[in-house]
Design a protein around this ligand. Structure first.
Ligand SMILES: Cc1ncc(COP(=O)(O)O)c(C=O)c1O
Length: 405
């Protein structure tokens, strides 16, 4: 029972337990005006697009061109909120990725929940990587399909689970039951990537639907790893815009039929107010910025992407020079995680780095499994090599006397 804003005892107990485990989450305040900000090794703004002036101005121009002088969407996309700018943005995104259709959701969280709660049906099977993002897990929980995890990035484990499911499908019924295989192209907590090519072939062989979350790959690896590796359209993709794209929202990329299905059945699209027009204009402007500078995924990288790439290579080199490899998970992406087990220990090192002017977030259990707590370094185009050197020096000093677990 709630009395005068007091939480029920059982809820207070849950908070107390979090506190005792050194895992209590809280919202931190931004630094006061005039106080210098810590150097950013924590945001998802990998290319600095959130502050990119060209994108900002282009978004305003798009709104002017469309004569959209409006602050809010005014309703669900299915009612009054589907402004014409949605069509422009979705067509542009679909064309850029070479797919039939893109459907914009309010966030990556909404897109994953919408897809997984509505597409897999009772009798279907979902095989997902054990480290898959919380938004996919939540969607799966809302689905009536059976779900099984496979070991992280472990092709062998996936092969055995997929073969087993495909076999029982062929024994039990005709082709009534679908199998979905789900992974991320860059894992949000580890920064590593699965063997997407092998997984695509495997899914083709067993007629499974392959779903890839590209949240941390879009913009870091050109238009994402599915495009980079030319994996083609049997893959359903999620792209999000709150990370390298520097704005907000997400899209599911697939067929026209899939789009129509989601418009009819994805509750996180239907029962919520749409994004305001200026958010959609910013998505379009960010995409144009990325697409214009990414004629081919490998060559023609933008200055921002080149800089980010150089910083990733430099960071990896410095890890070796400073003999920190044992702590770091191997990753070619903008996410570089040093596993330092124990909430208190990892928090203490993050605090120390903060005191020295560096913002590196401690990722605690239960967000990651106990014993796998970590410092997650997010690299950006705007980090300098001297910042990277200094922050890793500080890390090495903080770790003196500890051994990698
Ligand atoms: C892999 C992955 N998928 C989906 C999401 C959700 O995206 P959004 O922040 O747009 O809700 C995130 C964000 O943390 C993520 O890391």
């Amino acid at each position: 029972m709630y009395l005068c804003g007091m939480l029920a005892k059982k809820l207070q107990d849950k908070l107390n337990l979090r506190n005792e485990a050194n895992a209590l989450r809280s919202l931190s305040s931004p630094p006061l005006e005039g106080v210098s900000k810590a150097i950013d090794f924590s945001s998802n703004d990998y290319l600095g697009f959130s502050k990119n002036e060209t994108i900002f101005l282009r978004a305003s121009e798009i709104l002017e061109e469309q004569n959209l002088k409006q602050n809010g969407a005014t309703g669900s996309r299915l009612l009054s909120g589907n402004h014409k700018i949605y069509d422009l943005a979705e067509n542009y995104i679909a064309e850029t990725h070479g797919v039939e259709a893109a459907l914009i959701f309010n966030s990556g969280y909404d897109a994953n929940v919408g897809f997984f709660s509505s597409v897999p049906q009772r009798g279907d099977v979902i095989l997902y990587d054990e480290f898959i993002h919380a938004s996919i897990r939540d969607g799966i929980q809302m689905s009536h399909a059976k779900a099984y995890k496979f070991k992280h990035n472990d092709l062998e484990d996936l092969v055995s689970k997929l073969s087993l499911r495909a076999q029982s499908r062929s024994q039990v019924n005709t082709n009534q039951s679908e199998i979905y295989v789900v992974t991320e192209s860059v894992f949000s907590m580890d920064g590593d990537s699965p063997d997407l090519k092998a997984m695509t072939h495997l899914c083709e062989k067993h007629e499974a639907c392959f779903v890839v979350d590209e949240a941390h790959a879009l913009g870091v690896f050109g238009m994402g790893l599915v495009d980079n590796m030319a994996l083609g359209n049997p893959v359903v993709r999620l792209v999000t815009f709150g990370k390298a794209m520097g704005c907000h929202g997400a899209a599911i990329l697939g067929s026209d039929q899939l789009k129509s299905y989601l418009v009819n059945f994805a509750r996180s699209l239907i029962y919520t107010t749409g994004l305001p027009p200026h958010s959609v204009a910013t998505i379009l402007a960010s995409y144009k910025q990325l697409a214009n500078v990414t004629p081919s995924a490998v060559e023609g990288l933008s200055d921002e992407m080149k800089k980010l790439n150089e910083n990733i290579q430099f960071f990896r080199k410095e890890i070796k020079t400073k003999k920190l490899q044992a702590y770091f998970i191997a990753s070619d992406s903008a996410i570089q995680s040093a596993v330092i087990s124990g909430n208190e220990r990892v928090k203490a090192i993050s605090r120390k780095l903060k005191e020295n002017g560096f913002d590196v977030k401690a990722i605690l259990s239960p967000t990651v499994p106990a014993g796998q707590e970590r410092l997650r370094f997010c690299l950006h185009s705007y980090n300098t090599q001297s910042e990277i050197e200094t922050v890793l020096e500080l890390l090495a000093k903080s770790l003196e006397g500890f051994s990698a677990d």
